[in-house]
Design a protein around this ligand. Structure first.
Ligand code: ADP
Ligand code: MG
Length: 352
């Protein structure tokens, strides 16, 4: 109930401020939510009325909330078996789960193969060690430490994705290793955003921009002007991590596509003056050292999310070869010396 009044308040606040008119007669609205996927969600959309937009925004909130609870590895919810339930039952028994969990896990297994095994949701045992050292290091910076290598190596013996046993007929998941843990941090936000975007498209929404913690998915473009046939693209800025004022390093023209960035500046702690971030190279079990950030643009937001993490864990040659092998996927690598390297299709999207 508290959450519902909060969203109504947010919507009311923003809706009062935002309406603008396009020549098609549709009005522009926006709404913002907190907490979903532990981040900030923003929706910009064009609709005939405030009531129509509010109904869509509430629907998006409810759907994302359901995904958030199912994909949560830290919290239990009443009457729900979620990823935490699966992790808690590792090596003990199969857990009956909602199809939304089965679908995500099947998708993540495909992604593992597609990404040369760089994006691995079965790496939770290793990632949780980093998570704990990072949390301690942020709370007590003077005593911040790196996880001991032996601890990481021991944990890495429990990251075999084939030991996530999925029974689609009975809708159960079993972790066939008592020390294995699932962590879907690299994929879940984008995957959920994609499913919600497709659901809204089904409902007839065709001009909307979703940002779930910076995981961006455009449904169509903006409404066409009176004398135009085509939808003008959205303008999507990519934050410049070298700019203290949080300006954009580039802005992109985006129509019906997703944009996702993984970077070393999003979540990190400092050990002996060195930044230790949250994207872990499965080969070294250490934070991937190659880039400041990687941005992916492609139609499917789950693919954009998982590729941004995976490409961040590959050297430039390997990543470029993978991106070039995929249809309708563009990328930008932001190097530590601030240079940007991008695919031709990415360059075509950059606004002057
Ligand atoms: P963010 O969650 O900040 O948007 P990412 O999409 O790149 O960033 O995901 C990072 C999260 O994914 C980490 O916090 C961790 O939970 C998980 N993760 C880190 N490294 C890997 C990896 N190599 N494979 C799979 N998951 C990873
Ligand atoms: Mg990702």
């Amino acid at each position: 109930m508290k959450r519902f009044s909060l969203i109504c308040l947010c919507l009311a606040l923003v809706l009062l401020l935002m309406p603008g008119c396009s020549s098609s007669g549709l009005k522009r609205y926006s709404a913002e939510f907190v907490e979903l996927f532990d981040t900030f969600t923003q929706i910009i959309g064009y609709a005939n009325s405030k009531a129509e937009f509010t109904a869509h925004a509430e629907e998006i909130y409810n759907q994302l909330k359901a995904f958030h609870q199912l994909y949560d590895i830290y919290n239990n919810y009443n009457d729900i078996n979620n990823l935490k339930t699966i992790n808690d039952n590792a090596g003990i028994m199969p857990v009956k789960v909602d199809a939304k969990i089965i679908d995500l896990l099947l998708y993540a297994k495909e992604i593992y193969t597609l990404t040369n095994e760089k994006c691995n949701i079965a790496m939770g045992s290793v990632l949780s060690i980093w998570h704990d050292y990072r949390t301690d290091g942020i709370n007590d910076p003077e005593n911040a430490k790196l996880p001991p290598t032996s601890e990481l190596i021991d944990a890495s013996a429990h990251t075999d994705i084939d030991k996530i046993i999925i029974d689609t007929e009975n809708s159960t998941v079993y972790l066939d290793d008592p020390f294995m843990r699932i962590d879907v941090g690299a994929v879940a936000k984008g995957y959920a955003t994609e499913i919600v975007a497709l659901a809204m498209t089904e409902k007839g929404v065709d001009h909307m921009l979703l940002s779930v913690g910076g995981n961006i998915r455009a449904i169509g473009g903006k409404p066409p002007e009176a004398d135009q046939d085509e939808s003008p693209p959205w303008k999507v800025g990519i934050r410049d991590p070298f700019d203290d004022n949080k300006g954009n390093i580039v802005s992109l023209k985006i129509n019906n596509k997703s944009v996702v960035t993984s970077g070393d500046y999003e979540r990190y702690y400092i050990v002996d003056g060195e930044k230790q971030h949250h994207i872990i190279d499965p080969n070294t079990l250490m934070p991937a050292p190659f880039f400041t950030s990687v941005t992916i643009v492609c139609p499917h937001s789950g693919l954009a999310d998982s590729l941004s993490t995976a490409i961040f864990c590959m050297d430039y040659e390997e990543g470029r070869a993978l991106i070039e092998s995929l249809e309708d996927v563009e990328a930008m690598w932001l190097m530590h010396d601030q240079t940007m390297v991008y695919t031709d299709g990415f360059e075509d999207m950059i606004l002057p």
